[in-house]
Write a protein that binds this ligand. Structure first.
Ligand code: ZN
Length: 97
Protein backbone atom coordinates (compact mmCIF):
# COMPACT_ATOMS: atom_id res chain seq x y z
CA UNK A 1 0.00 0.00 0.00
CA UNK A 2 2.91 2.37 0.68
CA UNK A 3 3.86 2.13 -2.99
CA UNK A 4 0.35 3.14 -3.99
CA UNK A 5 0.43 6.31 -1.93
CA UNK A 6 3.84 7.21 -3.32
CA UNK A 7 2.49 6.83 -6.88
CA UNK A 8 -0.53 8.91 -6.01
CA UNK A 9 1.66 11.65 -4.54
CA UNK A 10 3.92 11.68 -7.60
CA UNK A 11 1.17 11.61 -10.19
CA UNK A 12 -1.24 13.92 -8.47
CA UNK A 13 -4.84 13.33 -7.57
CA UNK A 14 -6.44 14.14 -10.94
CA UNK A 15 -4.08 11.91 -12.89
CA UNK A 16 -4.83 9.08 -10.46
CA UNK A 17 -8.55 9.56 -10.94
CA UNK A 18 -8.03 9.38 -14.70
CA UNK A 19 -5.96 6.21 -14.37
CA UNK A 20 -8.60 4.74 -12.11
CA UNK A 21 -11.34 5.54 -14.68
CA UNK A 22 -9.32 3.89 -17.45
CA UNK A 23 -8.62 0.84 -15.29
CA UNK A 24 -12.29 0.60 -14.41
CA UNK A 25 -13.30 0.75 -18.09
CA UNK A 26 -10.59 -1.77 -18.93
CA UNK A 27 -11.90 -4.16 -16.26
CA UNK A 28 -15.51 -3.78 -17.38
CA UNK A 29 -14.56 -4.43 -21.01
CA UNK A 30 -12.32 -7.32 -19.98
CA UNK A 31 -15.09 -8.93 -17.91
CA UNK A 32 -17.64 -8.54 -20.70
CA UNK A 33 -15.20 -10.10 -23.16
CA UNK A 34 -14.16 -13.10 -21.06
CA UNK A 35 -17.31 -15.14 -21.73
CA UNK A 36 -17.08 -14.17 -25.40
CA UNK A 37 -13.49 -15.38 -25.56
CA UNK A 38 -14.31 -18.69 -23.90
CA UNK A 39 -17.00 -19.26 -26.51
CA UNK A 40 -14.74 -18.20 -29.37
CA UNK A 41 -11.41 -19.63 -28.32
CA UNK A 42 -9.68 -18.67 -31.59
CA UNK A 43 -9.30 -15.16 -30.17
CA UNK A 44 -6.80 -14.80 -27.37
CA UNK A 45 -7.77 -12.59 -24.43
CA UNK A 46 -4.83 -10.28 -24.95
CA UNK A 47 -5.88 -9.77 -28.56
CA UNK A 48 -9.39 -8.80 -27.52
CA UNK A 49 -8.02 -6.52 -24.86
CA UNK A 50 -5.76 -4.72 -27.34
CA UNK A 51 -8.64 -4.32 -29.82
CA UNK A 52 -10.89 -2.95 -27.08
CA UNK A 53 -8.18 -0.59 -25.85
CA UNK A 54 -7.84 0.78 -29.38
CA UNK A 55 -11.63 1.16 -29.58
CA UNK A 56 -11.67 3.18 -26.37
CA UNK A 57 -8.86 5.39 -27.69
CA UNK A 58 -10.75 5.88 -30.96
CA UNK A 59 -13.93 6.80 -29.11
CA UNK A 60 -12.09 9.37 -27.02
CA UNK A 61 -10.44 10.72 -30.18
CA UNK A 62 -13.89 11.10 -31.75
CA UNK A 63 -15.13 12.88 -28.59
CA UNK A 64 -17.43 9.98 -27.78
CA UNK A 65 -17.66 8.83 -24.17
CA UNK A 66 -16.43 5.20 -23.91
CA UNK A 67 -18.59 4.69 -20.83
CA UNK A 68 -22.03 5.80 -21.99
CA UNK A 69 -21.67 6.93 -25.61
CA UNK A 70 -22.30 10.57 -24.70
CA UNK A 71 -20.35 13.48 -26.11
CA UNK A 72 -17.01 14.51 -24.63
CA UNK A 73 -16.77 18.24 -24.16
CA UNK A 74 -13.53 20.19 -23.68
CA UNK A 75 -13.50 21.92 -20.32
CA UNK A 76 -11.13 24.15 -18.42
CA UNK A 77 -10.20 22.81 -15.03
CA UNK A 78 -8.32 24.08 -12.04
CA UNK A 79 -5.45 21.76 -12.97
CA UNK A 80 -5.60 22.19 -16.77
CA UNK A 81 -7.79 21.34 -19.70
CA UNK A 82 -9.72 18.11 -19.79
CA UNK A 83 -12.62 16.47 -21.57
CA UNK A 84 -15.71 15.52 -19.68
CA UNK A 85 -18.86 13.63 -20.62
CA UNK A 86 -21.92 15.77 -21.42
CA UNK A 87 -24.03 13.34 -19.39
CA UNK A 88 -22.37 14.56 -16.18
CA UNK A 89 -23.29 14.01 -13.35
CA UNK A 90 -24.99 10.79 -14.55
CA UNK A 91 -21.70 9.76 -16.15
CA UNK A 92 -18.52 11.00 -14.51
CA UNK A 93 -16.05 10.05 -17.23
CA UNK A 94 -13.23 12.56 -17.70
CA UNK A 95 -9.91 12.45 -19.47
CA UNK A 96 -6.97 14.83 -19.28
CA UNK A 97 -5.92 16.22 -22.67
ZN1 ZN B 1 -20.38 9.33 -20.44
Amino acid sequence: MAGFYRIMKNLGYRKCLQLYELLEIGCQIFRSQVTHVIKKSELSMSKVYIIKKAEVANQIGANSCPKCGGELIARMGEFGDFKGCNNYPKCRFTIIN
